[in-house]
Design a protein around this ligand. Sequence first.
Ligand code: SAM
Length: 208
Amino acid sequence: MKKSKRTKKSNSWKIKQHRDQFFKKSKILGYRSRASFKLIELNEKFKFIKNNSKLLDLGSSPGGWSQVASKIITQGKIIALDIKSMKPIKNVNFIKRDIFEEETKQIILNFFQGKLDIVISDMAADTTGNKSLDSIRTNQLCSEAIEFSTKILKPTGVFVTKLFMGDDFEEVKDLAKKTFKVVNFFKPDSSRVESKETYLHCKILKTL
Ligand SMILES: C[S@@+](CC[C@H](N)C(=O)[O-])C[C@H]1O[C@@H](n2cnc3c(N)ncnc32)[C@H](O)[C@@H]1O
């Protein structure tokens, strides 16, 4: 077998193994999606979820991130929001709506009776098959989540989001840096190496 073919084969074997490893782990631990491990790793690194946090999970369905948050937040409050349905999770208040709908912000502020400690967003646009277009559409959601979080976060709040290393990556990065005093990038081990996704951890609004 030629060397390049062999390398390709062994790479795809590694990717499959990696995917299976987190898939199996999520089944054993009862998580609804492999995405749970990404939030677990992000929180191990930046330690932002506290037991009394007020947290909003944007693009929450099927619920992997909300499951992780609900295990830690025993005295705070959680809202999960998605345009798709989500099965109930203990301590999590799910609302089925679009982040772009006008009343969304007010509904959230009313529920928490004030501003929030944390906004996490794993929102992603439905895939079209065109990777470049998919990444642009998801990064637009990411920019929207940054704007949205400025209206609902406490000045010392934390914002975490998925982001794709696509054409408009720099634009979103600049927006995050304009909005928050601290901006960190992190690629969890549970995120596939070949995936262009990375994660942003931001804190402290620049208005402070
Ligand atoms: C990758 S999934 C999230 C997985 C989730 N974090 C988990 O751990 O199970 C992305 C989600 O973003 C949602 N989404 C996309 N556009 C949205 C919008 N405008 N408002 C709310 N949710 C949206 C999709 O419906 C989808 O369920």
